[in-house]
Design a protein around this ligand. Structure first.
Ligand code: SF4
Length: 446
């Protein structure tokens, strides 16, 4: 084997000189490559891929998201033409292995910690001929000692120089089963926890001061394992961190003591999936949220009282939504005390119960995979025409991401912190809102 090349297809490109988030999954897979085999990570957000340098003896691994799968396909076909062996893994490959198999020698489904090493051995022994069509790993292995990021990879990626936001995983899985979410199919239903000393070791060796947790629902651990959270916060409070953020659900509001404890661990903000203010959508939300504006308002208030920030995540276009839901959403947003806001379009991702319904009812729209970016309408809605839903969503985004609203939310974040922290909080609120505005703006110039 000549070398292993791990590729992330382009999504955002560079923003003010750096790519938004580090290629965390590829960093972990690269760390599993034995030391004697050269390994490279090519991130198309950062560089023009030197595909012409690929040749026989190279093993190429491409990570796939549904929104970038067309780019992954192009890269894969070109790499195969050059004589390299190609495996495609990641979320889309896991959810649509048959589709992915049409343009790769191998498809890696599931988590890949063990199958990746098997594939490397197969390729080393017999080149492309040794590669099996599918490598499937759904063991949901415990996370102890798994895929520790190596010093070789840390040096190679140079996160400080190249990326705005380093990613980190502390827990994985979500037992909820929201009808539109891929989490249980990609990360498993059981919540798994990394040993705290491994988390600390990784943070220290990577030298990261800020990070965004990739955990699907870190906040659920407040309910399921408060002792783990408490020990984690104790350990992180001893580190020289600036801040970190996580994805959560509003049940964290029931644990003000843990929220206060998390502040000493430098936890800055919870990105909370409120999803909807329409109570009729309860069925779709896995028992997580009542979809009621009052309980969301209370939760936001309680969390912010502790000093922790809240970014509200909302999904529009459920079958029960009507034009009145958009007005209610806007009323909620402008009266809320949120630091930043994400409003996305419901998207029927492969492998989700929602897609099954939409498919059975013949409501999937024939659009390219690149439209699966949560800013496009990709199915025929129930209470709107496609055009009406698009316009209602545009109306909401224009209001939510107007410069005045972004400035107002920034000002609110600024005001609630002591002066020494206020500038940082203002920037945090602004940059998060700006990122969401940018996602929406891919489709519509604001
Ligand atoms: S709670 Fe969040 S991560 Fe869990 S299934 Fe629902 S949307 Fe997905």
């Amino acid at each position: 084997m000549r070398r292993i090349v791990l590729i992330r297809p382009k999504r955002d490109g560079r923003i003010f000189g750096k790519a938004p988030g580090s290629p965390y999954t590829l960093m972990r897979l690269a760390s599993l490559v034995p030391d004697e085999i050269p390994v490279e990570i090519w991130d198309e957000n950062l560089i023009d891929l030197p595909l012409d340098t690929l040749r026989e003896g190279d093993l190429v691994g491409i990570t796939s998201m549904t929104v970038t799968i067309d780019g992954a396909e192009q890269i894969s076909r070109r790499a195969m033409q050059q004589g390299a062996g190609v495996v495609v893994g990641g979320v889309h490959a896991t959810l649509m292995p048959e589709h992915t198999a049409t343009f790769a020698h191998s498809v890696m489904t599931g988590e890949g910690y063990f199958t990746w090493q098997r594939l490397i051995q197969d390729f080393a022994a017999d080149g492309v001929k040794g590669m099996k069509p599918f490598y499937s790993d759904e063991t949901w292995a415990e996370l102890d000692g798994i895929a520790t990021i190596s010093d070789r990879v840390i040096k190679m990626v140079n996160e400080q120089e190249n990326y705005w936001t380093p990613y980190l995983e502390i827990t994985r899985g979500c037992p909820r089963n929201c009808s539109f979410c891929t989490a249980i199919r990609v990360s498993g239903r059981k919540m798994r926890l990394r040993p705290i000393d491994e988390v600390v070791d990784e943070i220290e060796r990577r030298g990261i001061k800020r990070f965004f947790l990739t955990d699907d629902n870190f906040g659920l651990n407040f309910t399921t394992d408060p002792d783990y959270c408490s020990r984690l916060f104790d350990a992180l409070s001893k580190l020289d961190l600036h801040s970190w953020t996580c994805q959560s659900e509003m049940s964290v509001a029931k644990y003000p003591d843990l929220l206060e404890h998390s502040l000493s661990a430098h936890l800055d903000k919870h990105f909370i999936g409120f999803e909807s203010v329409n109570p009729d959508n309860r069925r779709e939300l896995g028992g997580k949220s009542k979809g009621v504006a009052n309980s969301a308002e209370e939760a936001i208030h309680t969390i912010r009282e502790t000093g922790v920030g809240v970014v509200g995540l909302f999904v529009m276009g459920f079958d029960e939504d009507t034009p009145a839901t958009f007005q209610a959403m806007w009323d909620f947003i402008r009266n809320s005390d949120l630091d930043s806001i994400s409003t996305t379009m419901l998207t029927p991702y492969p492998g989700t119960p929602f897609r099954e319904v939409v498919e059975q009812e013949g409501r999937l729209l024939d659009v390219p995979w690149s439209h699966y970016d949560t800013a496009h309408v990709t199915f025929i809605p129930k209470n709107f025409t496609v055009e009406e839903l698009r316009s209602a969503y545009d109306w909401l985004c224009r209001k939510t991401y107007s410069p005045t609203q972004i400035a107002l939310r920034g000002y609110r974040s600024f005001r609630r912190h002591p002066l020494r922290l206020a500038g940082k909080k203002l920037f945090g609120s602004f940059s998060t809102d700006y990122g969401y505005r940018r996602t929406y703006a891919y489709r519509n110039a604001l």
